[in-house]
Ligand binder design. Structure first.
Ligand code: B16
Ligand code: MG
Length: 214
């Protein structure tokens, strides 16, 4: 039986991907190169340090560890300037409604995100109280596709992995859920999110009925 739902943040609850993209693009441009929207897809669900390493690789740029830290901080400053402007209307369609439906029938809810800024984002859109637990980039050391973030979520909710359903938009996230022995609903395209038990376009297509049939 399903006892808990664990939600990824970027791409599932909010579309912060556009802000990540703008900030990374600005950083790349400041270093004298650019990258495509297609390349940007590879950054989804990937940690900040790993994203920077990928981008520097695309530009053929080598930086010391200290310089990398500085660049990651610069990107985050630009990113947070945009996040700080976020309004509750920016929650993705159906997300709040589905969270409410889950909680109304006694299902536990957790956030399972790679972001170190998740608390600020939840506060900006006003849904902090919709989660029984928040597991994010500050609490885990192994990035998706490692299942650590979701396993920590299950534990915080007092649920076994097989009692959890994960909602994810990134390939690495779907893989992490599967590696953690959890059911997973992909948010996006079926041919991209292979292995998910169900793929939908957004949480506005999700119902408790579909959840219990997984
Ligand atoms: P931060 P998710 C991920 O969020 C983003 O998809 C990814 O692009 C970002 O690099 C990562 O969070 C870390 O974010 O720089 O805020 O710590 O999809 O796991 O909710
Ligand atoms: Mg995501």
């Amino acid at each position: 039986t399903i006892k808990a739902c664990i939600f990824d943040l970027d791409g599932v609850i909010v579309d912060t991907a556009v802000y990540h993209y703008k900030a990374w693009k600005r950083l790349a441009n400041s270093l004298g190169f650019d990258f495509t929207e297609h390349q940007n897809e590879q950054l989804k669900g990937v940690s900040r340090v790993r994203s920077l390493q990928l981008i520097l690789g695309w530009g053929g740029v080598t930086k010391t560890e200290a310089e990398q830290e500085q660049l990651a901080t610069q990107k985050n400053t630009w990113y947070m300037e945009m996040v700080n402007q976020m309004k509750p209307e920016e929650i993705l369609p159906g997300a709040k409604e589905f969270l409410k439906s889950c909680r109304a029938v006694g299902l536990k809810t957790a956030l399972g995100s790679a972001s170190k800024n998740s608390m600020t984002i939840l506060e900006k859109i006003g849904i902090t109280d919709m989660f029984d637990a928040v597991i994010d980039g500050n609490k885990v050391s192994k990035a998706k596709p490692d299942p650590e973030v979701f396993l920590a979520g299950a534990q915080a909710l007092g649920a076994l992995p097989e009692e959890c359903v994960v909602f994810e938009d990134a390939i690495a996230g779907v893989e992490a859920a599967i590696a953690g022995d959890m059911k997973v609903v992909g948010i996006g395209l079926p041919d991209v999110l292979k292995g998910a038990n169900l793929v939908i376009k957004g949480l506005d297509e999700m119902t408790l009925d579909k959840l219990y049939k997984l």
